[in-house]
Design a protein around this ligand. Structure first.
Ligand SMILES: Cc1cc2nc3c(=O)[nH]c(=O)nc-3n(C[C@H](O)[C@H](O)[C@H](O)COP(=O)(O)O)c2cc1C
Length: 313
């Protein structure tokens, strides 16, 4: 997620759950080909497994960008065919590409031929008036014929003019049934659902019918949810990890990153939701957000925020 799932965020999330697949922010093929590759692609080894999400629509450039990503050690290349922003539409990629399945297939095919890691698609159930099951099936069939067999479907259509990206994440209605129907008609494809999933129970319900779930905002705003998801797995359950353990595990990371010039606040901004729903959560969030940006801030700010939390609880 743009501006959210940077490398610091993913390091933190990985501490909460060793078994999930993490995704980068969307990076355009042009940015990778002509920009500072290291800046866009560097990550910590601990983040694996990690998928690189690419945006673009030129098969040649997408292939080159995917090769660079695979060389950096990413575990998957994911194509963004779901973003509705004006900027992305001006570049003729993102959700508007649902109307050009052959071009998407050319991109996936070029990438699949060039790299040895899975190539996946994140898309929507439809766009604008192209919002019916047959349209979705046609898109999926053409892209699947290029060799791509894994799809993540945001279960709401994108409205390409008149709504902001934020509105496009809430106003069009969720239609999980269309995703379930897709899986039932294309059993050989790996289909995951995305959109509005906010609890472990909902994940279990989707997983009874589908191959995977992708969670965005809830995982970011309430990251402890990722730990709760992980304790479905018996071996993880025994660890009895606490939120305080996670904070302490962040200390060496924060110190080494700060030595390399990273600002404290750029890491801790991802930790504000750690206590969401717990007594003292507001005190934690308030202390951390107001003190993290002060010149010279370091891990003592996290230690003090923990104290505020226990005082307020
Ligand atoms: C701040 C923000 C940035 C996002 N950036 C991306 C992105 O770069 N690529 C992408 O595929 N989706 C992006 N999304 C959309 C989410 O991946 C997801 O599809 C959407 O939020 C619905 O899922 P959720 O209800 O679990 O959040 C972004 C969402 C948010 C809130």
């Amino acid at each position: 997620m743009m501006d959210w799932t940077d490398s610091h965020c993913r390091y933190f999330m990985r501490l909460l759950n060793p078994n999930i697949l993490l995704y980068t922010e969307m990076i355009t093929a042009d940015a990778l080909l002509f920009g500072n590759k290291r800046k866009y692609l560097q990550y910590n080894d601990e983040e694996h497994p990690i998928a690189l999400q690419l945006g673009g629509s030129d098969p040649r450039k997408m292939k080159q960008a995917a090769i660079i990503g695979a060389d950096y050690g990413y575990d998957e290349i994911n194509l963004n065919i779901g973003c509705p922003s004006d900027r992305v539409q001006q570049g003729s990629f993102g959700a508007c590409l649902m109307a050009k399945p052959k071009l998407v297939a050319e991109c996936t095919n070029a990438i699949i031929e060039a790299v040895n890691i899975p190539v996946t698609i994140k898309t929507r159930i439809g766009i604008d008036d192209l919002d019916n099951y047959d349209f979705l099936c046609n898109f999926i069939e053409i892209v699947a014929a290029s060799g791509c067999s894994r799809f993540i479907i945001h279960a709401r259509k994108a409205i390409l003019s008149g709504l902001s990206p934020k509105e496009n994440r809430s106003i069009p209605k969720l239609n999980y049934d269309r995703v379930y129907r897709l899986k039932s008609d294309y059993k050989n494809l790996h289909i995951s659902v995305n959109g509005g999933i906010n609890s472990v129970k909902e994940c279990e319900e989707h997983l009874a019918l589908l191959d995977g779930v992708m969670i965005g905002r809830h995982a970011y705003h309430q990251p402890w949810f990722l730990y709760e998801l992980g304790i479905l797995n018996a071996s993880h359950k025994k660890s009895n990890t606490t939120r305080e353990d996670i904070i302490e595990k962040m200390y060496p990371y924060i110190e080494s990153q700060m030595k390399a010039g990273v600002k404290f606040k750029h890491i801790t901004r991802h930790m504000l939701g750690l206590y969401a729903g717990q007594p003292g959560a507001r005190a934690w969030r308030r202390y951390l957000s107001t003190h993290a940006h002060i010149e010279g801030a370091g891990i003592e700010v996290l230690q003090n925020a923990k104290k505020k939390l226990s005082q307020a609880a």
